[in-house]
Design a protein around this ligand. Structure first.
Ligand SMILES: NC(=O)c1ccc[n+]([C@@H]2O[C@H](COP(=O)([O-])OP(=O)(O)OC[C@H]3O[C@@H](n4cnc5c(N)ncnc54)[C@H](OP(=O)(O)O)[C@@H]3O)[C@@H](O)[C@H]2O)c1
Length: 356
């Protein structure tokens, strides 16, 4: 497709950005091009300095960051059957994934190439701002819950069969946790979560049966007592310090001894070797894994569209729109770095007049 594009390029690992013009991409087999109307920012976009080389060492500069996009399909590639030009969609922009590693697939641009397999149609009731909170959060939660080398739980459905076991979501008010609570419920499990006290009602509203304050000194004991002999199906550890708590709880409860950690720190490898001697299996989540595996389409194609339309799955946490236009994304990243609570920072991308 012809026409111009504009992208926010990250020039180096120091965090220098520049908006540059380019040509609109042409989608290849299995790809769609989305005219982006809203993007959300994630911790991985906010990394600067040497940490960026550690987390995504394959990325070369300049590059285009951004995983979360919502907008309107502007072109479809060969073999794409689920979407047509003009459809409202949300998609996981996979430019930072090792096997994609392509600025054309970075979300911070007007027209982005996204794989059909990690794209979902949107019901009219869900705005682009609301939808933009979903992709990396839902993909990371799904990776932890469903990938075979993670908790390997049964996939979600819109009419789940209730199961007896419990999933612990440590960090239930985070973006990843907000999705994990809802997905675990949609897989039929009860959920026990942690969050700051002001977010307990919020996390309960997502479906958790009980929520504990992660800052309480005896929070591990509270959770062990709340489980009261029930079987664990698995534990998701999200947020700094989560893995230590998860280990202490899993040692003292029955059922699954699997912990999936979204916060692998330098000690995680040592901890997982030690934990194995006690029969506990720790795995590190990579949120982009579903882009390549069957979990991606199971969520974005088979589950999300109907669940969003039926109201069974809610885009969460709430979007907080901090600007309009690509040039506002660096400020959005600064806002995220300063810390958020049960909110996702979103920037809208106003449509050019010829797009409307
Ligand atoms: N491995 C991956 O591929 C991957 C992908 C995405 C994210 N992550 C990681 O997952 C974590 C969450 O990311 P996100 O985007 O979901 O975060 P986020 O929404 O920006 O996180 C904000 C939330 O963190 C909660 N929080 C702060 N300290 C906490 C602690 N010690 N334990 C539990 N919760 C805590 C706060 O809860 P209250 O306001 O309720 O106090 C707040 O609501 C981050 O560490 C991120 O780097 C990893």
């Amino acid at each position: 497709m012809s026409g111009t594009n504009e992208a926010l390029w990250l020039l180096d690992s120091g965090g220098r950005f520049e908006v540059r013009s380019s040509v609109r991409p042409t989608p290849a087999t299995g790809e769609v091009v989305i005219g982006v109307r809203a993007v959300a920012v994630n911790p991985v976009d906010a990394i600067t300095g040497p940490l960026r080389r550690l987390v995504t060492p394959w990325v070369r500069f300049p590059t285009v960051l951004g995983s979360d996009v919502a907008g309107v399909v502007s072109a479809v590639g060969p073999g794409v059957t689920r979407f047509a030009v003009g459809d409202r969609v949300v998609g996981f922009a996979a430019g930072q994934e090792r096997l994609r590693n392509s600025p054309e697939e970075g979300g911070f641009q007007r027209y982005v190439t996204v794989l059909e397999r990690v794209c979902a149609e949107l019901p009219d009731a869900v705005t682009f701002e609301q939808a933009a909170v979903l992709p990396l959060g839902v993909s990371t939660a799904a990776a932890g819950l469903y990938e075979k080398d993670q908790l390997a739980l049964p996939l979600p459905t819109s009419s789940p069969v209730a199961r007896r076991e419990v999933v612990i979501v440590w960090g239930g008010s985070t973006s990843v946790g907000s999705n994990a609570v809802q997905l675990a419920r949609a897989s039929g499990f009860s959920v026990i979560a942690t969050a700051g006290r002001r977010n307990h009602d919020y996390v309960r509203s997502l479906g958790a049966e009980a929520v504990f304050d992660y800052a309480d000194r005896d929070v591990d004991q509270q959770i062990v007592e709340a489980l009261a002999g029930r079987h664990l199906a698995g534990t998701l550890a999200i947020g700094s310090g989560a893995l230590g708590h998860a280990l202490r709880i899993v040692r003292r409860t029955i059922g699954s001894k699997r912990i999936a950690s979204a916060y692998p720190d330098p000690l995680t490898r040592i901890r997982s070797v030690m934990a194995r001697t006690r029969g506990i299996r720790i795995s590190s989540i990579w949120g982009g894994t579903p882009v390549q595996t069957e979990v991606g389409p199971a969520i974005f194609r088979d589950y999300l569209p109907a669940a969003l339309a039926g109201g069974g799955f809610r885009p969460a946490p709430e979007p907080r729109v901090t600007g309009a236009g690509l040039q506002h994304i660096p400020d959005a990243l600064a806002t995220l770095r300063a810390g958020v609570s049960a909110a996702k920072i979103v920037v809208t991308i106003p449509a050019e007049s010829r797009d409307q």
